[in-house]
Design a protein around this ligand. Structure first.
Ligand SMILES: NC(=O)c1ccc[n+]([C@@H]2O[C@H](COP(=O)([O-])OP(=O)(O)OC[C@H]3O[C@@H](n4cnc5c(N)ncnc54)[C@H](O)[C@@H]3O)[C@@H](O)[C@H]2O)c1
Length: 431
């Protein structure tokens, strides 16, 4: 049994959702963690104990292990203390849909030649990135640097839990000391290990996200067909999900997937395939279905309200999913844009994402509570299934509204409770 002082120090480069949660997780496992970020303001806030993102359990871990966590803009400090350098910088989409690897390259360029260090890639990168980085190490006399692909599968909203209790740990490497060190690092978590080559590890991450997105678009299309045929997609998904080969997860029909990962990773895999000469037809459809799904709510509103000009619409939730303040690619962004373009007045309430939303959305009102948002509304749309919306007193909502339409964009509400309040319930693919 190793003691905390024997556990090796770790460096984490990039302190966003993945980097900060990983750093907190490694600290919880007893490691000293040296965190590096180019965002000096963020580093300063972290040093003061302020957590820049909302993620359940994260603040508690950062406070509990403050003594083991070091934050700096200086990579040299991390290099001096740690041999495993976990890279968790962003890889956002470019205009072409390919992954933008400029932050990854900036990190690689900043790391000096060394036989004592390994770059451990947590950022999601296209398959082939590891091979190309290793080529560039050799071309720049950095051939001694080891390279490991260790993709991250945590879910925002449950990121701390996922990091500490992963379904699996994937380690892609050339079978050298660095791969062994990463395997040893994760061993205490007791998760199934997939040790493989770098390219396969990179593809496992992309394929996993693409598969989950495909499941969502599939059930959304089934929901749309249910609406035409009189079936109820919630019943259909329940019946399908009990089949062990299918499983119940990611079978909730709704207004489409968003977030910082699925849209960009699905697109990146599609582009990667295209760049390699293969047309990934299925993913093209998955992406299109998702885009259309975000807009279907507008059609439902028009069906009930007629034109939307001058109508008042309340949005319950803005974040791309509950328990996060992440607004990247949230379905609410498309909704807000479309509703404003149609001349509707929008009032939105989200328990934690308002600050992030204000940076991305203009022309809507931000409310202090669901009731505040619903006041004088013709329609309410449930956009994010935050637990507090599940406990709403719909009679109070009905009293506040001037209209009576409730669109449940996540099929998460109790239709009977809404109807008992005298409101008109409309789900996605439900009778
Ligand atoms: N967010 C998720 O749920 C999730 C889950 C699994 C994998 N991933 C992948 O992990 C990676 C990081 O995602 P994220 O959501 O944490 O991103 P993020 O945007 O929240 O954080 C990235 C951080 O990297 C910092 N950074 C950028 N360039 C840097 C540099 N040269 N040196 C040091 N720091 C630098 C930024 O300032 C920022 O703090 C992405 O590739 C993403 O696809 C994300």
């Amino acid at each position: 049994m190793t003691t905390a002082s024997e556990r090796e120090p770790i460096a984490v480069i990039g302190t966003g959702y993945v980097g900060l949660v990983s750093a907190a997780g490694f600290a919880e496992m007893g490691h000293e963690v040296w965190c590096v970020d180019i965002d000096a303001e963020k580093v300063e806030r972290l040093r003061r104990g302020q957590v820049p993102i909302y993620e359940p359990g994260l603040q508690e871990l950062l406070v509990a292990h403050a003594g083991r966590l070091h934050f700096s803009t200086d990579l040299a400090e991390a290099l001096a203390h740690a041999r495993l350098l976990f890279v968790a910088v962003g890889t956002p989409p470019t205009h072409s849909g390919d992954a933008d690897l400029s932050a990854v390259h900036a990190v690689v360029d900043a790391i000096p030649a060394s036989r004592a260090h390994a770059l451990v890639m947590k950022s999601t990168v296209p398959c082939g990135t590891g091979a190309s980085l290793k080529r560039s190490f050799r071309e720049h006399d950095k051939g001694g640097l080891a390279y490991v692909s260790c993709p991250e599968f945590l879910k925002e909203g449950a990121a701390v839990q996922d990091f500490l209790h992963p379904d699996r740990v994937v380690v892609g490497d050339d079978g050298d000391w660095a791969g062994d060190a990463v395997v040893e690092l994760y061993a205490p978590l007791g998760a199934p290990l997939v040790r493989t080559d770098v390219a396969s590890a990179e593809m496992i991450k992309l394929a996993s996200n693409a598969f989950l997105a495909t499941k969502i678009s599939f059930i959304n299309e089934i929901a749309n067909v249910c609406e035409e045929t009189g079936a109820d997609v919630v019943e259909v998904a329940r019946g399908m999900g009990l089949d062990g080969r299918i499983g119940p997860k990611f079978l909730q029909a709704g207004i489409g997937y968003g977030g910082s990962c699925f849209p960009k990773d699905v697109d990146a895999l599609k582009q990667l395939a295209g760049n390699s000469g293969y047309h990934f037809q299925l993913l093209t459809a998955v992406i299109e279905v998702n885009e259309l799904q975000k807009r279907r709510v507008i059609g439902k509103l028009k069906e009930h309200l007629g034109g939307l000009s001058g109508k008042r619409v309340a949005l319950f939730g803005l974040a791309f999913k509950p328990n996060t303040d992440d607004m990247r690619e949230a379905s609410s962004l498309v909704l807000c844009g479309r509703l404003s373009a149609e001349g509707a007045a929008v009032a939105a309430y989200d328990p934690v994402a308002e600050d992030q939303a204000r940076k991305l959305v203009s022309g809507i009102a931000f409310a202090d509570s669901p009731l505040d948002a619903a006041t004088d509304a013709d329609a309410v749309i449930l956009v994010t299934e935050w637990p507090e919306f599940m406990k709403l007193d719909w009679k109070q909502v009905a009293l506040a509204m001037r209209g009576n339409l409730v669109i449940d964009g996540r099929n998460a509400l109790d239709p009977d409770a809404v109807r008992r309040a005298g409101l008109l319930y409309e789900g996605i693919g439900r009778r």
